[in-house]
Design a protein around this ligand. Structure first.
Ligand SMILES: [Zn+2]
Length: 407
């Protein structure tokens, strides 16, 4: 039987044919979920299609088809954060990602959500009132002011205030949607990044800690949240925010020693937060085999023990071999592998963009990850690094982390 034109596209776009209209044909949605596959009956009203059986076209989908949604949010508001002159954290990063999505087979397969601003309540769960007031006063709100620097790395310009407010709000929005879902996932393609920002300080290109604000929003609904940070730099801001808390498990894999200097394995949190901070310092040149071993020995066991209702990812792609800001050797597939592993622990997963400064490598890596989010069972390791043995230094580092955390 021939399928009507557009069926695959419509399915991709809407996940199911919910009254969607395509050309002259209206699809309705009688769905029957079977254990191993789904039969979608598409009732056709309007133009007759050859091969349609009494007005129905039956489409058998693979076992991966489900009502799971992949949320995606980005927007021009995030391009407004810019400065005159050269800076690695620039709007072209997001533009490269969007261009890659638009020219890929993934276009139209997401539930797109427009960016929204964070509320005062959401911000105040993480940042101090004086810090927020300072940002407002420096950068302006309705009347944006000029440009300047909050630390030697962190600029602001006329569009920055709106960008940071929307980055934090969008991360919250997607996190809350996913947290209350049956197993949706998503990617907040926002900037500037956030994981170096602490309660009361901007740092390392970051002004508001988007992932921490989103985690706090989800936790406020009574759910357990874990954060996994695979940006090449230690997520020191996120650690500071939750170090005395204990309610949020924060796992960071990072090049060490490296900027910002923190992130030793022995930093495990304090007081109520003791044990809830899990740092995995990795030596320069670590690549897929080292990260895979770290996931196997530490990240996945720690997550399973914590049993989060949702996982948030500080998704930085500056550990890519092509990224000149750091010295790791990851490739696109390694990011896909990490995300695939996380989805196996908890389907409710939201990635929030952090670093990644080689626009080509960034876009390719994000695309690889998005493919996994849309169809988790599609990931097949190519074995590109099979036979490469993780270094002894990494094995020792992981053993120390295991001991520190009783894993
Ligand atoms: Zn980074």
């Amino acid at each position: 039987m021939r399928l009507p034109q557009n069926v695959r596209e419509r399915r991709a776009q809407d996940q199911y044919f919910d009254g969607a209209t395509s050309g002259r044909v209206t699809y309705h949605v009688p769905l029957q979920v079977k254990p191993l596959f789904r039969v979608v009956a598409v009732k056709m009203s309007g133009a007759a299609q050859s091969g349609a059986d009494e007005g129905f076209v039956y489409v058998r989908c693979g076992g991966t088809m489900s009502t799971m949604k992949t949320y995606l949010s980005s927007g021009d508001v995030f391009l407004g954060h810019r400065i005159v002159g050269e800076h690695p954290e620039r709007p072209e990063r997001l533009q490269a990602i969007e261009a890659a999505i638009d020219s890929s087979e993934l276009v139209g397969r997401f539930r797109r959500i427009p960016p929204r601003r964070a509320t005062e309540e959401e911000l105040l769960r993480v940042h101090t009132a004086p810090y927020l007031a300072d940002l407002r006063q420096r950068m302006g709100d309705l009347q944006p002011k000029g440009q300047g620097w909050l630390d030697p790395d962190t600029y602001y310009g006329p569009g920055t205030y709106s960008a940071v407010m929307h980055a934090a709000g969008t991360a919250c929005d997607l996190a809350l949607r996913i947290a209350s879902s049956d197993g949706d996932n998503g990617f907040a393609l926002v900037r500037p990044p956030g994981h170096h920002a602490s309660q009361e300080r901007a740092m390392g290109f970051c002004l508001l800690n988007n992932v921490a604000i989103a985690a706090a929003a989800v936790r406020a609904t009574g759910r357990r949240v874990a954060i996994v940070d695979f940006d090449v730099h230690h997520g020191n801001g996120t650690e500071e925010i939750f170090a005395r808390d204990g309610g949020v498990l924060v796992i960071s894999l990072h090049q060490f020693p490296f900027y910002p200097g923190s992130g030793a394995a022995t930093s495990i949190g304090e007081g109520n937060g003791r044990g809830a901070i899990l740092n995995i310092p990795l030596p320069e040149s670590s690549a897929g085999p080292e990260y895979k071993l770290a996931f196997k020995k530490v990240v996945l066991p720690a997550l399973r023990r914590f049993a989060p209702d949702m996982i948030l990812v500080s998704a930085g792609f500056d550990g890519h071999a092509q990224d000149s800001l750091a010295g790791m050797g990851l490739v696109e597939e390694d990011y896909a592998h990490m995300v695939s592993s996380l989805l196996a622990v908890q389907a409710r997963l939201l990635l929030v963009l952090e670093g990644g400064y080689n626009t080509k490598a960034l876009a390719a890596s994000v695309l690889a990850v998005l493919r996994v989010l849309i169809d988790p069972s599609s990931f097949r390791p190519s074995g590109h690094d099979a036979g490469t043995v993780p270094s002894d230094a990494v094995r020792r580092a992981l053993t120390e982390v295991q001991k520190l955390h009783g894993l």
